[in-house]
Design a protein around this ligand. Structure first.
Ligand SMILES: Nc1nc(=O)c2c([nH]1)NC[C@@H]1CN(c3ccc(C(=O)N[C@@H](CCC(=O)O)C(=O)O)cc3)CN21
Ligand SMILES: CC(C)C(=O)C(=O)O
Ligand SMILES: [Mg+2]
Length: 286
């Protein structure tokens, strides 16, 4: 995203990458959609990756409850707590100079009522330095979104496949299929836009359903396995970088093979220590 709003910034041509605003704000999401500039996001759970992705010009960093899988080793995102995500979110916010940092509200921290949702969103904003929050659900979460936005906190919505309700959905099931599915997806999308969300994640939905939603909304759609017609793309960084071991979703493109790189490095280290190759004189103190 290289969209910007000052007269001076607007004079600059779109460069992609780290061009554009000094700090990505929610208004830049609206401008990107209006100008047809694609938005990029990655998850991040720590200070070092946040800095790397930020310097590469990734527009937003999501501190996802996917940390349940990638950091904490749970099978689902359901056990993840606010107290687990707050220190990770703080680390990411401290590492991001340009990117918009979004805190994912974990399962059980916002569903009961709007008061609970506002309370949780305020905790993240006060204790982490995040710039926005994300929560799952369309029509069913619209009141929560409205109240958080009224408290001055930007909300990214998340519809389609919502991992926190995977048991209710019957597993990792593609959403928005068929006429009924597509109609429900559109109702959910309109509900979150109307409630004041600044963007909406569409996860695991057919490309044509995502296209219809993208054309119907004024806020940008962010695809996680929702095809090429969305206004932006988001991936879980450990999947994207080939660090996740085991099964990864079909929609992921791997841009590196970090698991293999690290395994090779660990083997080399072990062999060097056994053979006495490491440490060498340059690693020693006198
Ligand atoms: N590492 C990781 N990557 C993710 O994308 C991710 C998480 N964790 N945790 C939270 C949610 C859960 N998500 C998931 C999890 C599994 C599939 C999956 O297995 N998809 C299959 C199709 C369905 C199936 O056959 O089970 C696929 O091949 O795409 C998809 C998204 C997306 N999110
Ligand atoms: C997969 C994305 C949308 C997410 O919610 C997460 O990383 O937790
Ligand atoms: Mg999540």
């Amino acid at each position: 995203m290289a969209a910007s709003d000052s007269a001076q910034e607007q004079a600059a041509p779109y460069g992609g990458g780290s061009a554009g605003p000094k700090r990505v704000r929610i208004r830049h999401f609206q401008q990107a959609k209006r100008d047809g500039v694609k938005i990029t996001g990655l998850t991040s759970y720590d200070h070092l990756t946040a800095g790397i992705f930020d310097r590469a010009g990734i527009d937003f960093l999501l501190v996802g409850d996917s940390a349940g899988n990638t950091v904490f080793g749970y099978d689902t995102t359901l056990p993840v707590t606010v107290d687990e995500l707050i220190p990770l979110t703080r680390a990411v916010a401290r590492g991001a100079k340009r990117a918009l940092v979004i805190a994912d509200l974990p399962f059980g921290s916002y569903e009961t009522n709007p008061r609970e949702a506002v309370h949780t969103a305020i905790r993240f904003m006060k204790e982490t330095g995040a710039h926005a929050v994300k929560l799952e659900g369309g029509e069913r979460s619209a009141e929560q979104i409205r109240h958080i936005v009224e408290a001055g906190i930007p909300v990214m919505a998340h519809i389609g496949f919502t991992p926190q309700s995977e048991h209710g959905l019957g597993g990792h099931v593609i959403q928005g299929r068929g006429d009924r599915g597509a109609a429900q997806l559109l109702r959910d999308a309109r509900a979150v836009e109307e409630a004041g969300a600044f963007a909406v994640v569409l996860e695991m939905v057919p490309s044509e359903a995502a296209r219809a939603v993208t054309e119907a909304l004024t806020i940008p759609t962010i695809s996680v396995g929702a095809g090429p017609h969305c206004d932006g793309q988001l991936l879980v960084w450990t999947d994207w970088a080939g660090l996740t071991t085991g099964r990864i979703p079909r929609f992921v493109k791997q841009y590196a093979q970090l698991a293999q790189t690290l395994e090779d490095a660990a083997n080399a280290f072990r062999e060097d220590v056994s053979s006495g190759e490491y440490p060498a004189p340059e690693h020693e103190y006198e």
